[in-house]
Ligand binder design. Structure first.
Ligand code: NIG
Ligand code: FE
Length: 408
């Protein structure tokens, strides 16, 4: 007798490939591992999948009503701690003012920094909780979440602590203190980098507040050399790197990720086929963020097909943040990954599950439906997995099982 049995699915996407613990790439980039049968769950873990699970007696049965069953989404790039939105800037941008111009005027990231610093702990925690609740409703069961709107010792630590709140959602934290230079260091950007490397990272590491550090390598943010310095300093404190790379201009971020042994390079609109080869060789996962590409109406696109052709693994994430990607929806992001970046639905789904888990460093626990893994499982109200990306703008997720508990 198991705790929970999910049965009567039209398709079970296991995303499983026995013995493989590397991200899926190349020929496997669209391998969903579709099976018939059921999913049996006991003690928060998967105990049987497919034909093996059929007929298991269970305390509770979830009828999938001929829907698609798949692992919970792993959203491996979010900025989930902020307070208040920036709808005013959205309107300006719709009228033709660029994202870079808004940032130069003191808007953008720095506007959100001002709001976060002014928010009380109660307000900030309530905002994060709202975000976490919504992630679960949309079928996201694990996220990577970055600080980066604090930009001082006090507010970066406060942000990371808020992200660490007790909640059913699993959260892997990243310190993005090197997001941009805050107003008070306007005349002394080097001084800010000193603060990040010499005070913020050590404090974050001491309190165990993050697993990763991240740098925004971009005009108006940090240079390649700044980024290298920050990522090496983070590494010295046990924080492995991630890079906001080659998003709005070509700045070498992807190559920097390779050089410092970062786990991911993210965005990559200006990356090349050669970068994809270098990333494959260095074992860097490409994290593609089509919602930000859409929101900024960018005409440049990451070389997704070249990445697949050259076996560079791809993850797909929302980039949830109040500026360039105010969405938490992985289903919407799947649609955008197909339409804007030319991924197949299967490739996008791999990127949103098992490869997302690899990109968050937790593929031993989540990202696929395999015996022994955490029971994070979705039942969706569609019959064919391609419909998950096809019907866009609404939520196809009917049930969410998180660590074996039916939460929706
Ligand atoms: O990933 N690129 C830098 N940071 C975010 C945007 C942050 C913001 O606009 O608030 C991003 O797109
Ligand atoms: Fe981002």
């Amino acid at each position: 007798m198991v705790d929970l049995l999910i049965q009567n699915a039209s398709q079970i996407l296991t995303l499983a490939r026995a013995g493989l613990d590397a991200p899926y790439a190349g020929r496997d980039a669209g391998e969903l591992g579709i099976v018939d049968g059921a999913v049996a769950i006991e003690g928060g873990r998967i105990v049987a999948v497919g034909a093996d699970a059929v007929g298991t007696t269970a305390e509770r049965v979830v009828d999938a009503r001929k829907g698609v069953v798949l692992p919970g989404f792993v959203d491996c790039h979010t900025h989930a701690v902020f307070y208040g939105g920036r709808a005013d800037e959205f309107e300006d941008r719709a009228r033709g003012v660029s994202y870079a111009e808004i940032a130069r005027r003191g808007g953008g990231i720095r506007a959100t920094v001002r709001k976060l610093r002014a928010a009380s702990d109660e307000q900030l925690n309530a905002a994060v909780r709202r975000h976490y609740d919504r992630f679960l409703r949309l079928g996201t069961t694990t996220i990577e979440a970055k600080s980066g709107y604090g930009l001082s010792l006090e507010h970066e630590l406060r942000s990371l602590r808020a992200l660490g709140m007790d909640h059913q959602l699993d959260v892997v934290r990243t310190c993005l203190a090197a997001h941009t230079v805050p107003d008070e260091f306007h005349r002394n950007p080097r001084g800010y980098l000193d603060l990040v490397c010499d005070e913020i990272y050590p404090a974050v590491a001491r309190e165990g507040l993050a697993k990763y550090c991240d740098v925004f390598v971009e005009r108006g943010a940090f240079t390649f050399d700044d980024g290298e310095r920050a990522l090496e300093a983070g590494k010295a404190h046990g924080l492995r790197g991630r890079v906001h790379a080659d998003q709005l201009s070509r700045n070498g971020g992807a190559r920097l990720a390779c050089r410092v042994g970062a786990i991911t390079a993210d965005h990559l609109e200006y990356a090349t086929k050669e970068d994809a080869v270098a990333m494959r060789t260095a074992g860097v996962i490409a994290v593609l963020l089509p919602a930000a590409n859409h929101m900024l109406d960018q005409q440049e696109r990451p070389p997704a097909r070249a990445m697949i052709a050259h076996s560079c693994p791809i993850a797909v994430a929302t980039d949830f943040n109040p500026g360039s990607a105010p969405t938490q929806s992985m289903p919407l992001t799947l649609n955008l990954a197909c339409v804007r970046f030319g991924l197949s639905v299967a490739e996008a789904l791999v990127g949103a599950t098992i490869n997302g888990a690899c990109a968050a460093g937790i593929n031993d626990k989540v990202g696929s439906l395999e015996v022994g893994k955490q029971a994070d499982v979705l039942v969706c109200a569609v019959r064919d997995y391609r419909e998950l990306a096809y019907w866009f703008g609404h939520n196809p997720v009917r049930h969410v099982v998180k660590s074996g508990v039916l939460v929706r």
